[in-house]
Design a binder for this molecule. Structure first.
Ligand code: PMP
Length: 352
């Protein structure tokens, strides 16, 4: 730290993103990207938009917001766009957390980082031993609630009625439901945004829509919440989504059948992979996401991660005591999962 760094942020521990190694080609199952390419329209629209890159984008992203609204069944003034859903989460920490924030102790690692960056006092609520969230722990929290549904890295989803209970029991605080993985088997809370003015739902194009590299996410809430978030957005970076990204996102939304088909394939591969892992002695919670969170009684989580990496298979291990036994494995193509299973079998065999 230089002597110039602000003391206000001296305690800041930055988020550690998953490895993006450039040294060799891995079977990359560590950052929950889609194994399938972006839709043809997403690519074509991005290519077309590239010829206008000398111009700033529309800071109101009117066309894109209208399309998101149409696809999700809300009004255009209920949509705010972000440079990844991370940015929307950051805006929410900046806008709504005067009384502090609460989030599960085992969840998305960016929540405490955004809390610190925005001078918000954050409180972690322990998840159960089975890594599930108890909705009652968030009832009447009196602070802004951040819940990933389904949660990461556990993959566990709450029901819509549990989400509604949390929203209803916090009428004077915003409840942020981070639906990064919702398209892989959970139920979205977007329809509830018409009923509750304290609900903000955040989604991303990084997973089900195969656009992690484009960086695009959005938030849906009451027009008033969205106007507050836009106030923050226009105060930080009115052109937060590039022309090419906005175009790619629009293209992806016009190819919704491709998104649905990719999600179906990923869920099917997940089902098959989970069955095989179970037969090999792995355990872990039921996943409603594009990853599995698994542990094995005969091998330590970190050891398995390192042995897989040596053999060219990358998964995500978290050096956090509560979950150190586990690895998070992104669902890739059937071919990638075959390599993963074969490699894990060989490692377990060697240990005998
Ligand atoms: N929320 C959760 C729970 C995530 O796992 C991720 C992906 N790391 C994000 C939000 C952010 O996704 P992005 O910024 O790529 O939209």
């Amino acid at each position: 730290m230089s002597r110039f760094f602000t003391t206000k942020l001296s305690a800041l521990k930055p988020y550690t993103p998953g490895e993006q190694p450039q040294d060799m080609q891995y079977v990359k199952l560590n950052t929950n990207e889609s194994p399938y390419p972006p839709s043809p329209k997403a690519l074509a629209y991005a290519r077309d938009a590239a010829s206008s890159l000398m111009l700033y984008p529309d800071p109101e992203y009117k066309v894109l917001c209208a399309k998101i609204a149409e696809v999700l069944g809300v009004q255009a003034d209920q949509v705010v766009v972000g440079n990844g859903s991370d940015e929307i989460l950051d805006f929410a920490f900046a806008a709504f957390c005067e009384k502090g924030a609460v989030y599960p102790d085992t969840s998305y690692g960016f929540y405490p980082v955004f809390a610190c960056m925005n001078g918000v006092s954050g409180t972690e609520i322990p998840v159960g031993d089975d890594l599930s969230l108890n909705p009652a722990d968030y009832a009447g929290a009196g602070k802004t609630v951040f819940i990933a549904n389904p949660n990461a890295p556990s993959g566990v989803a709450l029901s819509l009625s549990d989400i509604e209970t949390i929203v209803r029991s916090n009428p004077d605080s915003v409840v942020v439901i981070d639906e990064a993985y919702v398209d892989f088997g959970a139920v979205s809370a977007v329809p509830l945004t018409k009923k509750y003015d304290n609900l903000l739902v955040v989604q991303t194009f990084s997973k089900s829509r195969s656009l992690a590299g484009a960086r695009f996410g959005f938030g849906i809430g009451s027009p008033e919440l969205i106007s507050d978030l836009n106030r923050i957005r226009f105060s930080k970076n009115p052109y937060n989504v590039s022309r090419t990204t906005a175009a790619a996102a629009l293209g992806a939304l016009e190819d919704e059948d491709i998104t649905r088909e990719n999600c179906r394939k990923i869920m099917e591969t997940r089902r098959r992979t989970a069955e095989r892992l179970k037969a090999m002695g792995f355990t872990g919670p039921e996943s409603s996401t594009n990853f599995l969170f698994i542990k094995h009684p005969e091998i330590d989580g970190k050891e398995l991660y390192l042995k897989l990496k040596e053999r060219g298979v990358l998964v995500r291990h978290f050096d956090k005591e509560r979950i150190a036994a586990y690895n998070r494995v992104t669902i890739g193509t059937d071919e990638q999962m075959e390599i993963f299973i074969t490699t894990v079998s060989a490692i377990l065999e060697e240990m005998k």
